[in-house]
Unconditional design. Structure first.
Ligand SMILES: NC(=O)c1ccc[n+]([C@@H]2O[C@H](COP(=O)([O-])OP(=O)(O)OC[C@H]3O[C@@H](n4cnc5c(N)ncnc54)[C@H](O)[C@@H]3O)[C@@H](O)[C@H]2O)c1
Length: 242
């Protein structure tokens, strides 16, 4: 069996990756999420975990003590709108906890569980490369993910453990819908208009489907990407090529 750990696999991009990996009967997936997935499969185990909370992460790690992983998709993330000056500092801390600290704790505690040849994939963002208006907390965490990717890649290369990050543009998930809903309400714009405006930002004139992102994650988790480490890969319909 090949064991994979996925965070935030109950919805959105994480769920699309789980669905893709479950196509092979050889794969066993452990999903750490705060809500249960709506997928039933004997090759999928759900451990309810609040990634905002260190004790909850330690509890999950204890359950994983005998599991050895060939791949990790450190995907869970949350988003808030706002500049430093309009954001509540408790909310900023929460974004840092889920998007950065949870990954640090998991990697620190699960290091003995990583097999030789393991592939670690972070879910970054186009905000690994560029800043966006009113995206202070989220942007700062994605900058940290970019740096963690490179730093860990250097330190783990000698153990044949690879570390890469995908850097998606906008993807049609709950996180995106909540973000544009908040923005639309604040600025008195209809959701239809917001969707059009968002699509216009991308040279391909559309946003991504979670399945399109999952294909890249599967590639990075597999041996097909065996000489790739420390890479930040845009998958953004040309957004950061502008
Ligand atoms: N959707 C986009 O436009 C987009 C673009 C670039 C990068 N990303 C990144 O992709 C990743 C996944 O986002 P998504 O769009 O699939 O979001 P989503 O909201 O659809 O899914 C996120 C998952 O994380 C889980 N989660 C959230 N907070 C948690 C917590 N405290 N503890 C445990 N689980 C928690 C949720 O329950 C959910 O299953 C994030 O890191 C996000 O930053 C998303």
């Amino acid at each position: 069996m090949k064991n994979y750990l996925i965070t935030g696999g109950s919805k959105g991009i994480g769920k699309a990756v789980i669905e893709l990996l479950l196509k092979s009967k050889e794969n066993f997936i452990i999903n750490l999420d705060i809500v249960a997935p709506d997928i039933e499969n004997s090759n999928l185990k759900f451990i309810k975990t609040n990634l905002e909370n260190k004790d909850s992460i330690i509890h999950a790690v204890e359950e994983l003590k005998d599991v050895h992983f060939i791949g990790l998709f450190l995907n869970a993330g949350i988003h808030i709108n706002g500049s430093l000056f309009t954001s509540n500092l408790d909310d900023v801390q929460k974004v840092i906890n889920v998007n950065v600290m949870a990954n640090i704790y998991l990697l620190k505690y699960l290091r003995p569980n990583l097999e030789h040849g393991c592939s670690i994939v972070f879910n970054g963002s186009d905000q690994c490369f560029v800043a966006k208006i009113s995206s202070f907390a989220y942007g700062l965490t994605k900058g940290a993910v970019a740096q963690m990717t490179k730093s860990l890649a250097l330190d783990l290369a000698k153990y044949d453990i690879r570390v890469n990050a995908i850097c998606p543009g906008t993807v049609d998930t709950e996180l995106y819908r909540q973000a544009i809903n908040n923005y639309a309400k604040k600025n008195n714009i209809s959701m239809e208009e917001m969707e059009k405006l968002e699509a216009e930002e991308f040279p391909m004139k559309r946003i991504a489907k979670p399945e399109e992102i999952a294909n890249l994650v599967e590639f990075l988790l597999s041996k097909k990407s065996s000489f790739m480490t420390g890479s930040l890969l845009p998958i953004d319909g040309g957004y950061t090529a502008k």
